[in-house]
Design a protein around this ligand. Structure first.
Ligand code: NAP
Length: 249
C-alpha cells in the first residue's frame, strides 16, 4: 500500500520511520524544498511542489497512492488545503497529522493574535527589543516597524523585506531552556513573537520567557479545511494507516 506523507516536520519524519518498518507499506515523503539542508525522512523522498491541487491529484493517481497523510507544519495552510481538494477529487483518503497547540501556563504573559500582521501591530506597543521566532516565512509582516530592534532567528535566512533594525541568528532547534534564557538576557529581550507551532523542539523559549516574565505574542494557527480528519501523533497516524491497510485486505 503506497502512502504519501506530506512532510517538512518532525512528526512526518517519525511517521515515515515507524511506517517504513512495517510490512505492507511503501512510504513516499514529500518536501517542499524550502530548507537548504533538510533533515531527510527514511524511505523514498520527493522534493518540490506538485503544481497546486490539480497537480497533487494527478500525482496521487499516477503513483497509485492508497492513502495520504498531511503532516506538514501547522502554518503550511496552502498545501493542507490542496491536499483536501486533491483527496476529494481522487478518492484517496486523507488524514491530517497536527501536533497539539501550546497551552498557556501559570506565569505566562501571552497575547494570542489571529495572524502575523496583528502580531506586528501588537509588538510595536510591547517592546523595544523583540525576539522574532516565527521561522523564515512571514518576517516581512514586521518590515514596516522601524522603532523596535529585532533578533530574528530562523534555520535559513528569511526571504523578502526585513525590519530595518535587526540581527539575524541562523539556528535549528531543539533548543534548551537554559540556552534560551541566556539568549533573552544577553540580548536584553523584552518581548517575544512566535507562531503557535506546538511541539517540544522549540518550546524552551516559552519556558525561558515565563521565567523572565517576558510577554509573548502567540500567533494562532490557520484553520484546517472543513471536515478534516485530524490526529495529533505519528502513532495515531500509523493506527489509521493500519486500518486502511486492513480494509484493503
Ligand atoms: P504552504 O504555504 O502551505 O505551501 C505553498 C506551496 O508549497 C504549496 O502550494 C506546494 O506547492 C508547496 N509545498 C508545501 N509543502 C509541500 C510538501 N510537503 N511537498 C511538496 N510541496 C509542498 O507551505 P509553507 O508554509 O511554504 O511550508 C513549506 C514546507 O515547509 C512544508 O512542507 C512545511 O511542512 C514546512 N514548514 C513550514 C513552516 C511554516 O511556518 N510555514 C515551518 C516549518 C516547516 P504546489 O502548489 O506547487 O504543490
Amino acid at each position: 500500500m503506497r502512502v504519501l506523507i506530506l512532510g517538512g516536520t518532525r512528526e512526518a519524519r517519525e511517521l515515515a520511520h515507524i511506517a517504513s518498518g512495517e510490512r505492507g507499506f511503501e512510504i513516499v515523503s514529500s518536501l517542499a524544498g524550502r530548507v537548504r539542508a533538510p533533515l531527510l525522512p527514511e524511505g523514498e523522498v520527493r522534493v518540490g511542489g506538485f503544481g497546486g491541487a490539480e497537480g497533487l491529484r494527478a500525482w496521487l493517481v499516477a503513483n497509485d497512492v492508497a492513502a495520504m497523510v498531511d503532516a506538514t507544519h501547522p502554518f503550511a495552510a496552502a498545501i493542507s488545503a490542496n491536499a483536501a481538494v486533491a483527496a476529494r477529487a481522487s478518492g484517496v483518503p486523507l488524514l491530517h497529522l497536527r501536533r497539539p497547540r501550546w497551552v498557556e501556563q501559570a506565569g505566562d504573559r501571552w497575547m494570542r493574535v489571529p495572524d502575523l500582521p496583528t502580531a506586528a501591530t501588537a509588538v510595536g506597543t510591547f517592546g523595544e527589543r523583540v525576539f522574532l521566532t516565527i521561522g523564515r516565512q512571514g518576517v516581512d509582516a514586521f518590515a514596516g516597524l522601524d522603532r523596535p530592534w529585532f533578533l530574528i532567528r530562523a534555520i535559513d535566512p528569511p526571504e523578502g523585506a526585513l525590519p530595518p533594525r535587526h540581527e539575524l541568528l541562523l539556528a535549528r532547534g531543539p533548543f534548551a531552556v537554559q540556552d534560551e534564557a541566556r539568549l533573552l538576557a544577553e540580548y536584553r529581550i523584552d518581548a517575544l513573537v512566535t507562531k503557535d507551532s506546538g511541539g517540544e523542539q522549540t518550546e524552551a523559549k516559552l519556558a525561558a520567557a515565563r521565567a523572565a516574565g517576558i510577554p509573548v505574542v502567540v500567533v494562532d494557527r490557520p484553520p484546517l479545511p472543513e471536515g478534516a480528519r485530524i490526529v495529533e501523533s505519528s502513532a495515531q497516524a500509523l493506527d489509521w494507516l493500519r486500518i486502511r491497510r486492513a480494509r484493503r485486505g
